[in-house]
Write a protein that binds this ligand. Structure first.
Ligand SMILES: [Fe+2]
Ligand SMILES: [Fe+2]
Length: 265
């Protein structure tokens, strides 16, 4: 099945019970203390969909996954925590791979609350979700026990008015969604450069029906440089390897890479 057909058919399944062909496995890695990466590789797209679980007194899941992945991911999460114990379900922007299975998770975890940007809460989530979201700004602090999170709004970065990135201050982990997207069934974590593979991926996206993936605006460099000033030690990447090491330079270089990908196309 062609990649686009796969994505559309998996999103059309109204029950969220069918797992698309070939999706039988979730690979789980602890990429930082108490931070687990649950990865589903979709061969038809040559792309990973990564979900992140922070195991703390109040467990937090970043990315719900597509509805069609929910049965698979629920089983994977159950190897780490009791899914009913989830308390916070967060993501960057309103899209099916980010938050499509939100209501399925809210049903299995009665104390869980959606967590997104304030814009996301206002423009989409509170209408879609079976429970209201906590709409965060950079001033708000979310503590889960040992860990402390802030949501930094990043409108249209990677895309979507409501986009934001979550930053955990104790371990300096930036949950950066589609930023640094690259293709392949990549290792869970790397310290190698991510900007080159990201540039290649953006170039490839621009050649197909999903062109326009990552816009570049006058605000793009300023937002990415501000995220670099947070001095992240880990980048939790949604599609591809996560990154371990001083990541400020990568965020500074990413702005130029996004601009270049648009110039090249
Ligand atoms: Fe996205
Ligand atoms: Fe994504």
């Amino acid at each position: 099945m062609a990649p686009l057909e796969w994505l559309l058919s998996s999103q059309r399944d109204p029950r969220g019970e069918a797992t698309p062909d070939g999706l039988t496995m979730v690979t789980i890695d602890e990429i930082a203390p108490s931070l687990f990466r649950l990865s589903v590789y979709v061969p038809e797209m040559d792309m990973q969909f990564n979900h992140f679980l922070v195991r703390d007194e109040e467990p937090l899941l970043f990315h719900t996954g597509l509805k069609s992945m929910f049965p698979l991911l629920r089983e994977a999460v159950a190897t780490l925590i009791e899914p009913a114990a989830l308390r916070h379900i967060a993501w960057s922007h309103f899209e099916s791979d980010e938050c499509g299975a939100l209501n399925e998770w809210l049903q299995v975890a009665p104390q869980a609350q959606p967590v997104c940007t304030l814009v996301g809460k206002i423009v989409s989530v509170d209408d879609f979700s079976i429970r209201p979201a906590r709409g965060m700004t950079a001033e708000d602090l979310l503590t889960t026990g040992q860990y402390r999170f802030r949501f930094y709004p990043s409108p249209h970065i990677p895309h979507g008015w409501d986009a934001g990135v979550l930053f955990e201050e104790s371990c300096r982990t930036l949950f950066c969604s589609d930023l640094f997207h690259h293709f392949g069934n990549a290792p869970a974590i790397t310290s190698a450069d991510l900007v080159g593979p990201t540039l290649e991926a953006m170039h490839k996206m621009e050649q197909g029906p999903l062109a326009g993936y990552m816009p570049y605006t006058r605000r793009t460099p300023g937002v990415l440089h501000a995220l670099g000033q947070l001095q992240p030690a880990t980048l939790a990447v949604m599609h591809g390897s996560s990154y371990e090491g001083p990541a400020a330079g990568l965020l500074h270089d990413l702005a130029a890479a996004i601009e270049e990908s648009i110039d090249r196309s």
